[in-house]
Design a protein around this ligand. Structure first.
Ligand SMILES: NC(=O)c1ccc[n+]([C@@H]2O[C@H](COP(=O)([O-])OP(=O)(O)OC[C@H]3O[C@@H](n4cnc5c(N)ncnc54)[C@H](O)[C@@H]3O)[C@@H](O)[C@H]2O)c1
Length: 268
């Protein structure tokens, strides 16, 4: 990793206490970025921040936030500016899943997933862009990065609401690129497939509970066998290269794109 690649980037990452958010925070800071780790779980986010500060390249702060609250998004942006002087990049990563077959979806399932995965992305993008616009033009584009999913492009029978929420992330990426271009803000994203994180470990159990799979681990095996071109599931380390590219100057002439990192599950 080039320790200077993200020098001068001050980056807010939501859902950064664990999983891909934490891995990206550590990768970004190892390349010189300063990072704000926003999460409901402030203690775990602080542990990641302490590790980053101990490593001695980019600096890190942890902020307790519920991404579904506009005020928390505004406060996380303000904390970034207070700590590092400005914000240049927002990575909207917080997300969750709870599988249900179509006829079993209820309002609680719908509202929980849609509010964290989609509404909160819109709020985070808007509050971050508000600060970027207030900071005024800079030579390089400001960057918003949205975390989609294989479920942004592929209908899946067990996770209709998750698919709906992640198709929404794709729409926010494409529409946000149009709506924010005049402010020199680009909007891109990436769409993982199966990444071994606490989210997928819980999903694996839930799929047995709703009767979609007979045993834990079967979902991984079935997807690898039936859907993936690259015959293995992925890990957060498989994601950090693309996320770093999108945060870096190397992606300056891109907007409205969501890059698949899914072992070849979808091909467009
Ligand atoms: N793991 C996968 O296979 C996979 C695949 C495709 C997309 N994704 C997406 O990638 C992103 C990260 O997933 P992960 O697997 O690393 O998940 P994870 O569960 O490991 O981490 C998610 C983090 O988000 C935080 N969070 C949840 N709700 C929050 C809220 N309301 N406010 C603030 N923080 C909140 C959690 O505390 C947690 O630290 C999510 O958007 C997820 O939908 C994951």
């Amino acid at each position: 990793m080039d320790p200077e690649r993200l020098k001068g980037k001050n980056i807010l990452i939501t859902g950064a206490a664990r999983g891909m958010g934490a891995a990206n925070a550590e990768a970004f800071s190892a390349q010189g970025a300063n990072v704000t780790l926003g999460d409901l779980d402030e203690g775990a986010a602080q542990e990641v921040a302490d590790r980053i500060n101990g490593a001695g390249n980019g600096r890190a702060i942890a902020v307790k936030m519920d991404v579904t609250k506009r005020a928390d998004n505004a406060a996380a942006v303000a904390a970034t500016v207070e700590a590092f002087g400005s914000i240049n990049v927002g990575l909207f990563n917080a997300g969750l899943n709870k599988p249900r077959f179509f006829m079993d979806i209820d309002e609680d399932n719908w509202d929980m997933i849609m509010s964290v995965n989609t509404k909160a992305m819109w709020l985070g993008m808007q509050e971050t862009a508000r600060q970027m616009i207030a900071q005024g033009p800079q030579d390089k584009p400001y960057k918003l990065i949205n975390v989609g999913s294989i479920a942004s492009r592929k209908p899946l029978v067990d996770v209709t609401v998750y698919c709906t929420s992640k198709y929404g992330c794709l729409a926010l990426t494409e529409c946000g690129a149009l709506g924010l271009a005049e402010h020199n803000i680009t909007v891109n994203g990436y769409a993982p497939g199966v990444v071994v994180t606490p989210l997928w470990e819980q999903l694996d159990k839930d799929l047995v509970e709703i009767g979609f799979k007979e045993r834990e681990g079967q979902a991984y095996d079935d997807i690898v066998e039936n859907n993936l071109v690259i015959k293995r599931v992925s890990y957060p380390k498989d994601i950090i290269g693309t996320a770093s590219f999108l945060a870096s100057d190397d992606s300056d002439y891109m907007t409205g794109q969501m890059i698949s990192i899914d072992g070849g599950w979808v091909t467009k």
